[in-house]
Design a protein around this ligand. Structure first.
Ligand code: C5P
Length: 298
């Protein structure tokens, strides 16, 4: 049996870090938004074993790949499954980019194997399995836009806003999430948390206020080490973006635009040093990415 699906990238419109926890993770609040840059995943059941194939040479295809971990997790929890799977990843989302590409792939594998192996798991149950794989994985099975709390796995879906346009600029080098968190020094003084304000502007589709309120507590650390991130932000703003921000722990910077013509013109006029540019839109509904077999199951 075969199933193919696309998995989208995410950006963080806001990322507030509260504190470091005893388990080493950071307690945070974030507004996640899926955008229309997608990988494709093709799955085919086989008699046994998990095989990963990928069109990008730099991506590991052994059991360390998050997609393989997702399949192996389900196999371990459901011994009644007497099947294996071949998973082919066709990558468009850069890795180490703060776009959640690997997490989205893992979520896609959970959704697809739930269907192929007829596990009957709800989205909530899949999200719980996802949390064992990575902090961002539950978001990708929950909603195209959501508020994340805890280490990112406690999710509250947010009503999608109007269509807007997101120009992603990837400078071509990956950034390790754990090294950024390691360099983070949280001030003990209580800092303002702007997530609820950001959410209000988002729900009103007030893109100019939203653009001004974008913020990411990890951004100053990344800019300190990679000043080019600031230069990309400046250029996005000078080309008419309503706001520009580092996504997650980087390395991708995004600019938001209410107007598609302005977004296209910014992409065309962007002076770059061989950086990758992707012009995307916000995803408002899972039906924009997932096939019927996934949408209507169980
Ligand atoms: O959960 P995930 O494996 O994606 O996290 C990667 C790394 O990012 C963790 O090992 C941790 O160093 C850091 N992290 C964190 N707090 C979070 C999420 C991630 O410190 N809420």
């Amino acid at each position: 049996m075969k199933l193919a699906l696309r998995t989208a990238a995410k950006i963080n419109l806001g990322l507030h870090i509260h504190r470091k926890r005893d388990d080493g993770y950071h307690e945070l609040e974030t507004l996640f938004q899926m955008v229309s840059l997608c990988d494709r995943i093709e799955l085919e059941t086989r008699p046994s074993g998990v095989i990963i194939e990928c069109d990008q040479p730099g991506i590991p295809t052994d059991e360390t790949n998050l997609a393989a971990k997702a399949a192996n997790l389900l196999l371990a929890r459901f011994p009644k499954v007497k099947s294996g799977v071949r998973i082919r990843l066709i990558k468009k989302i850069p890795s180490g980019a703060g776009l959640g590409g690997g997490s989205g792939n893992a979520a896609g594998v959970l959704l697809a194997l739930n269907r192929l192996w007829e596990l009957g798991l709800t989205r909530r149950e899949l999200a719980e399995y996802g949390a064992e794989l990575g902090s961002d994985v539950p978001f990708f099975v929950t909603a195209p836009c959501a508020l994340g709390r805890g280490r990112g796995e406690i999710l509250e879906p947010v009503e999608p806003c109007k269509k807007f346009y997101v120009l992603l600029v990837n400078p071509g080098f990956p950034i390790s999430t754990s090294s950024v968190y390691k360099a983070l020094k949280i001030k003990l003084t209580k800092r303002e948390n702007h997530i609820s304000i950001l959410r209000k502007f988002f729900e009103k589709s007030d893109f100019s206020s939203l653009g001004e309120s974008l913020y990411n507590d990890l951004e100053p650390i990344v800019i300190k080490e990679f000043p080019v991130i600031q230069a990309i932000k400046n250029q996005l703003i000078s080309l008419g973006a309503q706001g520009a921000l580092l996504s997650g722990s980087g390395s991708t910077v995004f600019g938001i635009f209410a107007d598609s013509v302005q977004a296209q013109s910014a992409r065309d006029r962007f002076q770059n040093d061989g950086w990758d540019l992707f012009l995307t839109e916000n995803i408002r509904n899972f039906s924009e990415v997932f096939p019927e077999e996934i949408l209507n199951y169980p």
